[in-house]
Design a protein around this ligand. Structure first.
Ligand SMILES: Nc1ncnc2c1ncn2[C@@H]1O[C@H](COP(=O)(O)OP(=O)(O)O)[C@@H](O)[C@H]1O
Ligand SMILES: [Mg+2]
Length: 353
């Protein structure tokens, strides 16, 4: 894992090699099906919240003007976790990763969900025989033996998951250093990287614990719906446990509101409640519900390449920009106070378990 300070600098700065290209390089030139126009936003689909209602992204979002984003001095490792399924973990992982890469960062997505949805969305082959993160965790292979470059997005890489990973929760139990196998693999990975994003399964088992031990920042996607905060107390307690015993660097740095539909009062109420609990962690940008976002994975693409001008694409670019800027905030010390105070945590745990 890269940790030298020489890599600091604006992402879009000219650097030797292919990273010096335009931020939009790598965007696939045409629609997935000949004749099908995907360059426009879906015309008024029922579930496509118009841009501006879902958050603050605007037509001037980053990426289209080549705006320079700062690159971190050290590799920032994000654990994208929420034990609820279907809240947007995978979607957030692949689209934030692609957004950062399109700005010249070198980004690795580690697919830690046996379903392999992140691998699919990035167009990465992950049938049973493909060397995968299972081999790293269980067979002690090195990450460099399994990482694949993502087609279409330069600077983006993926450590795929295959169905083998489904057995890993059980197999890990009897292995030495079962909680820190991913962490060790990342530490001995020598490729220079600005960001690593780990897509977790919807559970708090040993796979997620491996991610929490390996990362420093937890990114929690929260779907703006009725039971949004349910189970969050349990995730936060696990983060505290791992921080106390295994990984003192770990903290919840980022919360992203997903599938936001500004036309419903419920979504804005949920957003308000989450923001009141997590004042500093919630990104200003929220991700609107968008047909384009949900269509992209079936073409093996992120929304950034599938429909670069869609509201979903612009909002993920904006979210990634916030993440990049927060990483260089002068007040950012890497040593964070608990994400919420104990009283609030009590409230969340009681109210949502
Ligand atoms: N902003 C969004 N708008 C529309 N559909 C979305 C959005 N985010 C995610 N989805 C869809 O919701 C489903 C669950 O998202 P996913 O990222 O797979 O969740 P998780 O990884 O937490 O299980 C997927 O079908 C995905 O395409
Ligand atoms: Mg997922």
């Amino acid at each position: 894992m890269r940790s030298d300070a020489n890599f600091a600098g604006p992402m879009a700065d000219p650097v030797p090699g292919p990273r010096a290209a335009e931020p939009n390089r790598g965007v696939s030139p045409g629609p997935p099906y000949p004749g099908e126009d995907v360059s426009r936003e879906t015309p008024a689909p029922m579930d496509d919240a118009p841009i501006g209602q879902g958050g603050q992204p605007s037509a001037t979002a980053v990426g289209r003007r080549g705006e320079a984003l700062p690159r971190p001095e050290r590799t920032r490792v994000f654990v994208v976790a929420n034990q609820k399924g279907g809240v947007g973990k995978t979607t957030t992982t692949v689209n934030v990763a692609a957004s950062l890469a399109l700005h010249g960062a070198r980004v690795l997505v580690i697919d830690l969900d046996p379903q392999g949805n992140a691998s699919t969305a990035l167009g990465i082959d992950h049938h049973a025989e493909v060397p995968s993160i299972y081999d790293v965790l269980i067979e002690s292979k090195s990450l460099s033996e399994i990482v694949q470059p993502v087609p279409d997005v330069e600077g983006l890489f993926c450590a795929p998951a295959t169905i083998d990973l489904a057995g890993a929760e059980i197999e890990l139990v009897s292995l030495v250093a079962r909680e820190s196998r991913l962490s060790r693999a990342i530490e001995s990975y020598e490729q220079p990287l600005d960001y690593i994003l780990i897509d977790c399964p919807p559970s708090l088992g040993l796979l997620t614990v491996n991610a929490l031990v390996a990362g420093a920042e937890v990114l929690i996607p929260i779907q703006c719906e009725y039971y949004a905060l349910e189970g969050l107390g349990q995730l936060l307690r696990n983060v505290e446990l791992v921080r106390g015993h295994l990984n003192p660097k770990l903290h919840v740095s980022t919360i992203l509101l997903t599938m936001y539909d500004g036309r419903t009062r419920l979504a804005s109420q949920v957003a308000e409640e989450v923001r009141s609990h997590f004042t500093n962690e919630v990104l200003r940008t929220s991700i609107p519900r968008s047909v384009r976002i949900s269509e992209a994975p079936s073409y093996g693409q992120t929304v950034l390449t599938y429909d670069p001008n869609s509201s979903g694409s612009l909002s993920y670019l904006e979210a990634a920009k916030e993440i990049a800027l927060r990483g260089v905030d002068v007040n950012y010390t890497g040593q964070h106070a608990p994400a919420i105070n104990p009283q609030e945590q009590q409230h969340i745990s009681e109210g949502t378990q």
